[in-house]
Design a protein around this ligand. Structure first.
Ligand code: 1AE
Length: 409
């Protein structure tokens, strides 16, 4: 039977290194440790555990700027060497190596055998749409703002106002943890009751992504407590806990609600050209393999930005039809306002969540008007009507445009 391998691709900067030698050093060093010194009989036994250099693509700068010299190196790792979980794969391919010079992990191509061990998202993009009964338009999400130090009545009212605006999804702020003013057992029922109240007026279903927090070993209990209290979605700060914590939650049959992955701390990992993990892998592929139903990440347009090419690469991997795990809803976020909706829909297409906090709550007419302005902006774009023209008969959109303007590029 032929052996299966998972591959990793790195970008390695070095002004004078022999990149072929470096690649061999990685392939051997991260698998069997040493090779040339082994006696022939040991080599035969160890061969199946030995990493292999797949390619070394050297980029010599023509300007003579030696610090820009790099190579893209792909190494194949025998699946025999690690168990079928993300921590084992990540530590194998980028454990000690992540600290060894100017090296960035660009991509992982796990074998189909490895992939088949990861169930991925329970709902995925289509499943979330099924829960909402919305299949024909981009979804709109609103983020709670001003949560710390606010009591239950205030949060309930904030939730109601957001829901009345006709948004599909509402997420807690990621910095809302267990606290005496708005404990999970009281906050969730209050918000879900507000969702029902709003639904009577808007006719619209809504998912509330309650922030799942607490020590790692209490996450499962806390998730079940939230669901018991009525939560129909969970927000999770994946990178603070690790991908395997998400994988455990997503695979748990008792946690039968969608999970939105927040990118908190991602800035410590992806933005450097020299170090860390590339955004499409970190916020795209790994989130999907671990089981996020929605993945949030900075957009190219708002207040916290990611270059557009990188951004669309995150989107591509979340939706890539070739991966066996269900596609994940991309949620480009941070500093989004209704005047950005044409750009978001142009670049991301219909399978996207338009997500805003300040862009909803900062609407001069309040959060309900803010939500309506977003829904109107989406309708305008889907109808092929410029926002300014649509705004003539849509007061909330008009006010939003007066406040934030319309970005065309
Ligand atoms: C990239 C994450 C965005 C997020 O969580 C958040 O709270 C955004 O808020 P606004 O839309 O920038 O106010």
């Amino acid at each position: 039977m032929s052996q299966s391998y998972s591959t990793a691709t790195y970008r390695l900067y070095d002004d004078k290194a022999d990149f072929d030698k470096k690649a061999l050093g990685i392939a051997v060093g991260l698998t069997v440790g040493s090779w040339t010194e082994l006696p022939e009989v040991a080599k035969q036994q160890m061969e199946k555990y030995l990493g292999k250099v797949v390619s070394v693509d050297v980029h010599e700068p023509d300007t003579g700027e030696r610090d820009k010299r790099f190579a893209d190196i792909t190494i194949a790792y025998p699946d025999l060497n690690f168990s079928r979980d993300l921590p084992a794969l990540l530590v194998t391919v980028f454990g000690k190596l992540s600290m060894d010079g100017r090296i960035k992990l660009l991509d992982l191509q796990p074998s189909s055998e490895f992939l088949s061990a990861l169930p991925g998202p329970k709902f995925g993009a289509a499943g979330v749409r099924d829960l909402l009964g919305v299949r024909d338009r981009p979804l709109v999400m609103s983020i709670f703002k001003s949560v710390v130090g606010f009591d239950l009545d205030n949060l309930r009212e904030q939730f109601l106002q957001q829901a009345l605006g006709g948004v599909d999804l509402i997420k807690d702020d990621e910095i809302l943890f267990e606290n005496p003013l708005s404990p999970l057992e009281k906050r969730v029922p209050a918000c879900i009751a507000a969702a029902r109240e709003a639904q009577q007026q808007t006719g619209q279903k809504l998912i509330y992504f309650t922030n799942l927090t607490g020590p790692t070993f209490k996450l499962r209990d806390n998730a079940l407590r939230a669901i018991e209290a009525g939560a129909n979605g969970l927000l999770f700060n994946v990178l603070a806990y690790g991908f395997d914590a998400l994988a455990g939650l997503a695979a748990d049959p008792d946690i039968a609600v969608p999970i939105a992955a927040h990118p908190a701390m991602a800035g410590a990992l992806y933005p450097s050209p020299h170090y860390g993990i590339a955004a499409p892998l970190l916020l795209g592929k790994l989130m999907r393999l671990a089981g996020a139903d929605l993945s949030l990440f900075p957009s190219p347009y708002g207040s916290v930005v990611m270059p557009k090419e990188e951004n669309l690469a995150v989107r591509d991997v979340l939706l890539d039809a070739k991966l066996p795990q269900k596609p994940v809803l991309p949620v480009p976020s941070a500093g989004i306002h209704p005047g950005l909706v044409p750009l978001i829909l142009r670049d991301f297409g219909p399978e996207v969540v338009v997500n805003a906090g300040g862009g909803v709550h900062g609407h001069p007419g309040g959060a309900a008007a803010g939500g309506r302005a977003f829904r109107q902006a989406v309708d305008a774009v889907l109808g092929g009507i410029p926002l300014e023209e649509y705004a003539v008969n849509h007061a909330e959109l008009k006010t939003a445009i007066d406040r934030w303007g319309v970005r065309t590029a």
